[in-house]
Write a protein that binds this ligand. Structure first.
Ligand code: C5P
Length: 223
């Protein structure tokens, strides 16, 4: 068996999540938000008093929580030790700490292993899956038949993110977003980078529907 794997990377606010969910719904595929997994692990670290600036403390604790992802694009879920943490992982504390946790190799190894299992399960069920993150095209699923790198101007990304978190302080949102991108792009392990064979799509002037349509077109060509 085996359904299609669509790998989507890009910086914060580039439209990855909305696009990935839209494409998965349009073509009846599963959906995996790997950023939510790094956020869930970070939430557990903060909740349990682990100093996230201490890489060895993070490394020692990564196996303790159980992270479970629901892959229905109409209602994706994320649970830590059975608790739904969908709201908590979008808070400022987690957002401010997630880049420190995601830079720890042991955290990445663990989550990449789970991500590959989820992809393998979807393919075994011939379901196909859209996977979004920072290292999907490079590390998690480099052999995916559709690989995309989404970008957008810093201003557009800050505008979108501000709407999502319902703040009028676009300048502060942009500063936080650029800081996280800098950390995610400069880390030693699996930094955010565009590979040669990923299609780069600048979503700055495009509506969500337009982007989804473009990606669905690429996916239809690949099968
Ligand atoms: O996609 P989202 O912004 O929710 O991701 C949160 C954080 O998780 C990113 O800023 C990055 O530090 C980390 N991440 C990662 N690798 C992925 C997905 C997310 O390092 N594949």
């Amino acid at each position: 068996g085996g359904g299609i794997v669509i790998a989507i990377d890009g910086p914060s606010g580039s439209g990855k999540s909305s696009t990935s969910k839209g494409v998965a719904r349009a073509r009846n595929l599963r959906y995996l938000d790997t950023g939510a997994m790094y956020r869930a692990l970070t939430w557990w670290m903060l909740e349990n008093g682990v100093d996230v600036s201490d890489a060895s403390a993070v490394a020692a604790a990564v196996e303790r929580p159980t992270i479970e992802m629901g892959t229905d694009p109409a209602a994706p879920t994320v649970a830590v030790d059975g608790r739904d943490v969908a709201a908590e992982i979008r808070g400022k504390e987690v957002t401010g700490s997630v880049s420190a946790v995601s830079a720890v190799p042991e955290a990445r190894e663990l989550l990449v292993r789970i991500q590959r299992e989820i992809i393998a399960r979807a393919r075994a069920e011939s379901a196909g899956i859209v996977v979004e993150g920072r290292d999907i095209t490079t590390v998690v699923a480099p052999d995916a038949p559709v690989k995309l790198f989404l970008t957008a101007s810093a201003e557009a990304r800050a505008q979108r993110r501000s709407k999502e978190v319902r703040t009028s302080d676009v300048a502060a949102t942009q500063a936080a977003l650029l800081r996280r991108d800098r950390l995610d792009s400069s880390r030693a392990h699996s930094p955010l980078t565009r590979t040669e064979d990923a299609v780069e799509l600048d979503t700055t002037g495009l509506s969500l529907d337009e982007v989804v349509e473009l990606v669905v077109g690429l996916a239809d060509e690949a099968v």
